[in-house]
Design a protein around this ligand. Structure first.
Ligand SMILES: [Zn+2]
Length: 223
């Protein structure tokens, strides 16, 4: 099946800059080797996975282009505007959306699945969620629990209400900290022959699974 004309032709060599980035640690760019399992960087010690794509390893065959393949879109905010990434039938589109309505792309670039050189995946702490959990609901939960303990002998009704407040805010704090630390901000760096981009994908597990599947790869564990 013919590829759209905006995708570069396949089979061309990978330019040196993209080849070096494709085989670099996503944290510090130290040289690393693709692997099916989570690895730790020899220089910075941080964890990530690095998978060779079809443009690097000729034995990897992406599934045939299917014009009716479904699209998976992600959108996330960067200070003023939004960025987006979409898995399309032919490849991955990435770009910036207009700052007014956040709907129309103002710039975009694309990597066809057969042109993927490597995919690196790593996880950062989602700091805003950690702070939001630690600064607001956690103190309220502790304060309400403390009040409930003080009130339990003299005013059981007040203690019950305070206990419920402590429970509700405790659950909220636990959820935010779980989102911030255990789920985190999951990043996928996709290096193609001619361009590369990094997509935060924690809001879409199907994006992760489909990205690898359409490149002809089994998804590695998330670090
Ligand atoms: Zn490193």
């Amino acid at each position: 099946m013919a590829q759209p004309s905006f995708y570069p032709a396949h089979g061309a060599p990978v330019p040196a800059t993209n080849a070096a980035m494709a085989l670099g640690c996503p944290w510090c760019a130290a040289p690393s080797t693709p692997s099916a399992i989570v690895q730790s960087c020899g220089r910075c010690g941080r964890s990530f996975t690095l998978s060779a794509g079809p443009a690097l390893d000729g034995s990897i065959a992406p599934p045939p282009f299917h014009p009716a393949a479904f699209r998976i879109s992600l959108r996330w905010s960067i200070v003023v505007t939004y960025r987006f990434a979409t898995l399309e039938p032919q490849g991955i589109t990435y770009g910036t959306l207009d700052p007014v309505v956040g709907m129309a792309p103002v710039d975009q670039s694309q990597i066809a699945y057969p042109d993927v050189v490597s995919i690196a995946v790593w996880r950062k702490l989602a700091l805003t969620k950690c702070f939001a959990g630690a600064l607001v609901p956690l103190p309220i939960a502790l304060f309400a629990a403390y009040g409930a303990i003080l009130a339990v002998a003299k005013a059981p009704g007040v203690a019950a209400v305070l206990g419920l407040i402590a429970l509700a805010f405790g659950l909220l704090a636990a959820w935010l900290l779980h989102q911030g630390i255990a789920v985190g901000r999951r990043q996928a760096r996709i290096v193609g022959r001619w361009t590369s981009f990094t997509v935060p994908f924690e809001n879409s597990p199907s994006f992760y699974a489909e990205l690898f599947r359409r490149c002809g790869l089994a998804p590695p564990p998330i670090p």
